[in-house]
Design a protein around this ligand. Structure first.
Ligand SMILES: [Mn+2]
Length: 315
């Protein structure tokens, strides 16, 4: 039987280099309190980590072997049942990693985990901006009796960061959410504005972000045809390819210091959601933390001599 607490990204065949040597620290956060609709995000990190063992090592676009990037997966912390205390615990965990300058990739858990994570990043990076990929605005001041509920995640984030917050893929929000968006000068790129044939919406997103960015990916921002396994699915979200293109541009044009993937809720009988989520995690790794080592670790095609055969060499 697998010990859930010893799971690490990539599974047993991928080396975990330990905290000191790591360039990328993966922080599983099995946290779920007062969900609005479907449940299961508490086990999200466990299923994502299990699925990651099935991934091939090479990123097909950059040809970076993500297993060589220096990964360390933290033991999941025991988190309080009190939402505010849990957010404080998550903040402490995140600070320990971010203070070392390592890239932090956190795996929720429900979207409330981002409150503690962004707080830690905003304390260290003064002009931090936040890119939010999400179906929902998450701007309520209080929900289900707490200001630290997932439906309040971005309200707390907006209060704590100096840089712009740019929500993308939004297609479900309350009158209160809308009022807050207007009051705070938030200009979401709504799902209906994302043209499937034209990527200029990505320019709009990038242009609004400062140099240093935190990416929070609520998996319901993607279309349910890509990620059906999430607590509150909404039709009409980003395609997998659109999400990857956004991640690539963000990695190329901005300095991303940390990111999270939240709201994975497994559906029994299918692995599609957790596998897509794990693959998105590798896209973040290679695009946000892979550039410095890409020259050393990429497998590149050898120069073609006759156009008929291709030899591949490891350089
Ligand atoms: Mn959300």
């Amino acid at each position: 039987m697998i010990d859930k607490r010893s799971l690490h990204f990539g599974g047993v065949d991928v080396p975990d280099v330990g905290f000191e040597a790591a360039r990328i620290v993966i922080l599983p956060l099995p946290y779920e309190r007062a969900p609005s609709y479907g449940t299961g995000s508490q086990e999200g990190p466990e299923y994502l980590l299990q699925a990651s063992a099935q991934l091939e090592r090479l990123d097909e676009e950059t040809l970076i072997d993500w297993t060589t990037l220096g990964l360390h997966t933290r033991t999941p912390p025991f988190l309080s049942h009190d939402p505010q205390t849990a957010v404080d615990q998550i903040h402490t965990q995140a600070r320990k990693v971010l203070e070392t300058g390592k890239f932090l990739l956190s795996l929720g858990g429900d979207h409330a985990v981002s409150i503690g994570l962004v707080r830690a990043a905003a304390e260290i990076y003064e002009n931090l901006g936040v890119l939010q990929i999400d179906a929902h605005a998450d701007l309520r001041n209080e929900w289900n009796g707490s200001r630290f509920n997932h439906a309040c995640a971005m309200r707390r984030v907006v209060e704590m960061v100096r840089g712009d917050v740019v929500p993308v893929g939004i297609r479900s929000f309350s009158p209160e959410d809308y009022e807050v968006m207007q009051h705070c000068g938030l200009h979401p790129v709504y799902a209906h504005e994302i043209d499937p044939l034209d990527d200029t919406w990505i320019d709009r997103v990038i242009d609004r972000l400062p140099e240093t960015v935190y990416l929070t990916l609520d998996l319901d921002g993607l279309d349910p045809s890509v990620i059906p396994g999430t607590g509150t699915p909404e039709p009409g979200g980003l395609s997998y390819r659109q999400a990857v293109r956004l991640i690539q541009r963000l990695g190329r044009d901005r300095r991303v210091v940390a990111s999270d993937i939240t709201e994975l809720a497994k559906i029994e009988g299918t692995q599609v959601s957790e596998l897509a989520a794990a693959k998105l995690a590798t896209k973040m790794m290679v695009n946000f933390a892979g550039s410095q080592v890409s020259e050393d670790t990429a497998v590149k095609p050898a120069a073609k001599s006759n156009g008929m055969s291709q030899e591949y060499v490891l350089i």
